[in-house]
Write a protein that binds this ligand. Sequence first.
Ligand SMILES: Nc1nc2c(ncn2[C@@H]2O[C@H](COP(=O)(O)OP(=O)(O)O)[C@@H](O)[C@H]2O)c(=O)[nH]1
Ligand SMILES: [Mg+2]
Length: 455
Amino acid sequence: MSYDNRTIFAPITLVGESGITVIRLSGKESFNILSKFFSRTHVSFDGVTAEDLKANSTTHGYIIDNNEVIDEVVAEIYKSPHSFTGEDVVEISTHGGTYIYRKVATLLLKHGASHAEPGEFSKRAYLNGKIDLAQAEAIADLIKAKSDSANKLALKQLTGEYSTKIKELRNELINYCSLLELELDFSEEDLEIVSRETLLNRLSNIISNISRLTQSYESGKLIKNGVNLAIVGRPNVGKSSIFNYFLNENRAIVTNIPGTTRDYLQEPLVMDGIQFNLIDTAGIRKTTDIVEQEGVRRSMMKIEEADIVIEVEDLSVNLPDATELIEKVNKDKVIKVYNKCDIGISKNVNGAIRISAVTGENMSELHKAITRKAKNIIGTDNQSEIIITNQRHRDCLLKSCEYLVNAENQIKQGGGNELISFEIRAAMDAVTEILGKTANVDILNNIFSKFCIGK
Ligand SMILES: Nc1nc2c(ncn2[C@@H]2O[C@H](COP(=O)(O)OP(=O)(O)O)[C@@H](O)[C@H]2O)c(=O)[nH]1
Ligand SMILES: [Mg+2]
């Protein structure tokens, strides 16, 4: 990938009314550009040079434009290669506020710096070998993490624990390729450095390790993107009241008129360190109202997408349960509750939870049932286990597995070393792609363009 030589800048904190805004400048001209408008005294422009700046790690001073002081700031100097991007970097901490940011940005542009694109700092860090691609992706995940478990997974990937595991896998494959290729050099002597039986055993071991990693994506996806938790049932049973109870706010409209919720609502919710996407749906019933019909269709769609479904029944009326309305739903993902137990009839609820979204009775039981089920679905409590959270990584591993199976078949059919080692090498390239070493420009652009500005 071509490396562009622009010196780039972007705010790396939110710009707005705040204590400070930090603006990062990265590239060959960083110190030169700063010296054009940064002064250590505010009385007059003190003519600080790029050399002077380099000597200090943190310098207090002023932004001065045309003899006018714009702000009092602190400039942090990071000399290449000891910076996030690996380039010469200056981080200017100005006071917060859009006016100051605009003034400084104008000065930076005037003196030859360019706006950084989304993810451009991380891209440069990757291109300069400061981080691998999996670590760059982890930065984006870390910023987006909303729960304890998502945070932990992203950190594991960022600190390199995950990359180390991938490198071990790659090294093992390199090893086998080398041995097979070494044998080729001695082919006239008919030497077998690694027995075909051992090789088959090792390959099958590696394949099962990779398969385990690939399967962990199902857990990883739930941890990273959240568990979809849909509240469903007939109209007026209290779905929106339960939704509001968990969010601790009056997010959904609650009335005693059946059919109030027309469209589904979705809000993030963290319980016991797990992220959920809580979904309130329109009550399911036969209706001639076109808008409500569409609402019911959307409810059914959300039920299908849900990882956990809370089926809500109403104890205050005598209606058949909604179970028949959601009969296609896998029973394992359903938690059944009987709501309005504060005013409801006494009814045998067959092990289901009796709750009241109004008084809060037994809502903690429902909370526990939800997190228990979520933990079951996510299926891992093992902190030391490596979990895949990224579809790109899963695809690379699946590709790698295919090549390894080909290699196994070649061995079984008595194929030559070249053919076996070709397949293992291809498998190794697929694994290496996770770390980015073999990723092409389109893949890189696609990954970094999803980052935010300033990252
Ligand atoms: N007494 C009582 N009323 C409830 C309870 N939950 C909901 N309601 C009432 O039932 C009506 C319908 O509630 P809503 O949440 O809009 O139901 P939805 O149509 O299923 O979303 C409203 O008047 C609520 O105040 C409850 O636990 N106890
Ligand atoms: Mg509702």
